[in-house]
Design a protein around this ligand. Structure first.
Ligand SMILES: [Cu+2]
Length: 354
């Protein structure tokens, strides 16, 4: 079988221009018949062409993992109370802090990352990224990890912890069918991550075993509309190169379902880069600037910009207020990543008090 480049694979899959154009043949014919005469009609055709040269055709099923729900969910808050209690419990301590107990399991699962493109993932709790864990500085975090997968796995948390909790050494491997309890104090505050640290690391990472770990400062940050955003990519033909890129796993999801925010309200984005195989990834937001808090470990912004670049494992908190109503595009500023799925929209609306 001839070697496929990631470009030709994507075209076959309908993500690129060739198959996408064929799939849109009927729609193109309709547009042609309906278009008005003259320059304006040509402009509309040009726009339609531009629109279908980027991004997948069709939609990904959202019944198993919905990136819109994932955005504003942490500590299993998206689950009904009884089900949530199976995976997350909190117990107050005399000093006012909490013991936060989490149940995570590794399981092999095929996930849909672009319309009709299924990826044989290794997941935490059946989803990629894994569930977002959130604690307050000084809380006790206790994570019971059960490996229901087919390979040895671990959980490696970023943050302060003793060496036996690091999940990185050969003796830390949790074999299929085994369990391990990770326990440490949440420190420092910031936006962190957790991921499997079994070898080969890049395979275990890119297969989907990662998630966000947010630690809030004891004196809470100002109230905001908070969003969990993970930049990731998928090597669908296992040639150590990504064919699909996304924010929160599903290529172009937020193009179809823009992230709704409110004009004037503080929006806080927790952003992590877990993209494997590429040295960097980035987020660029159109039409505005945002404050950057690198690793989220300071309450003072270090930078005001409209683009932030990150190595794998790097993360930041981004804060902004939308000044104007309407749609604002955001995407990786590596154009190739954007065209292969890492692109989305915000839609800012004006609140109407009723
Ligand atoms: Cu692993």
């Amino acid at each position: 079988m001839p070697q496929l480049s990631r470009r030709s694979l994507l075209k076959l899959a309908g993500l690129g221009t060739a198959a996408g154009t064929a799939a849109l043949g009927a729609r193109g014919a309709y547009a042609k018949a309906a278009r008005p005469e003259g320059g304006a009609g040509q402009a509309i055709d040009a726009m339609q062409h531009a629109a279908h040269t980027m991004g997948p055709v069709g939609r990904v099923g959202a019944d198993r993992f919905n990136p819109t729900t994932y955005l504003r969910s942490w500590n299993f808050s998206h689950l009904p109370p009884a089900e949530r209690a199976r995976f997350y419990r909190e117990t107050p301590r005399p000093d006012g802090s909490l013991v936060r107990e989490f149940e995570l399991f590794a399981v092999d699962r095929e996930i849909e990352i672009a319309p009709g493109i299924f990826f044989p993932a290794w997941t935490f709790n059946g989803q990629v990224p894994g569930p977002t864990l959130r604690a307050t500085e000084g809380d006790r975090v206790r994570v019971t990890f059960v490996n229901q997968g087919s390979h040895p796995h671990t959980i490696h948390f970023h943050g302060w912890h003793p060496p036996e909790m690091d999940g990185s050494l050969p003796e830390h491997q949790v074999m299929p069918g085994d369990r391990f309890v990770y326990e440490f104090d949440a420190d420092p505050f910031g936006v962190h991550l957790y991921h499997c640290h079994a070898v080969p690391l890049k395979r275990h990472m890119h297969k989907g075993l990662y998630g966000m770990f947010v630690v809030d400062p004891k004196a809470a940050r100002p109230a905001a509309d908070e969003l969990v955003m993970v930049m990731n990519g998928f090597d669908t033909n296992f040639d150590a190169d990504n064919e699909v890129y996304a924010l929160n796993t599903v290529a172009n999801h937020y193009m179809h379902e823009p992230i709704r925010v409110e004009v004037g309200a503080l929006v806080r984005m927790y952003l992590v880069n877990v993209t494997e195989f590429d040295l960097i990834n980035s987020l660029h937001l159109h039409g505005m600037f945002f404050d950057v808090f690198r690793t989220g470990t300071s309450l003072t912004t270090s930078e005001r910009t409209d683009i932030v670049m990150m190595c794998q494992g790097e993360r930041a908190i981004l804060e902004t207020r939308f000044r104007y109503p309407g749609k604002f595009m955001f995407h990786a500023h590596q154009s190739e990543f954007a065209e292969l799925g890492w692109m989305g929209m915000f839609e800012a609306g004006v609140r109407r008090d009723t």
